[in-house]
Design a protein around this ligand. Structure first.
Ligand SMILES: [Zn+2]
Ligand SMILES: [Zn+2]
Length: 79
């Protein structure tokens, strides 16, 4: 396992997630909220603090609709 640099605050984190609304890898401090969804291919929705301040994105999040799905960046080192 490798440490990941948060793309929002540049903090090094072991506990990163991809924001489903801007696609950035963000650390636990930058995640504003997490929501479980029924779709198995997604599992959980993450929204960062920046996207949370965007009403359109926040609305989608509340409705359990992701804007960006399946970002492969967190998968380990494929070229
Ligand atoms: Zn961060
Ligand atoms: Zn975001």
């Amino acid at each position: 396992m490798t440490a990941i640099k948060c793309q929002r605050c540049s903090r090094i984190t072991w506990n990163a997630a991809v924001c489903n609304y801007c696609g950035r890898i963000v650390c636990e401090h930058c995640i504003k909220s997490v929501k479980k969804v029924k779709r198995k291919d997604i599992g959980k929705l993450y929204i960062c603090k920046d996207c949370w301040s965007n009403l359109e994105k926040r609305k989608l999040f509340r409705n359990g609709i992701p804007l960006i799905v399946g970002i492969p960046q967190l998968e380990k080192g494929k070229k």
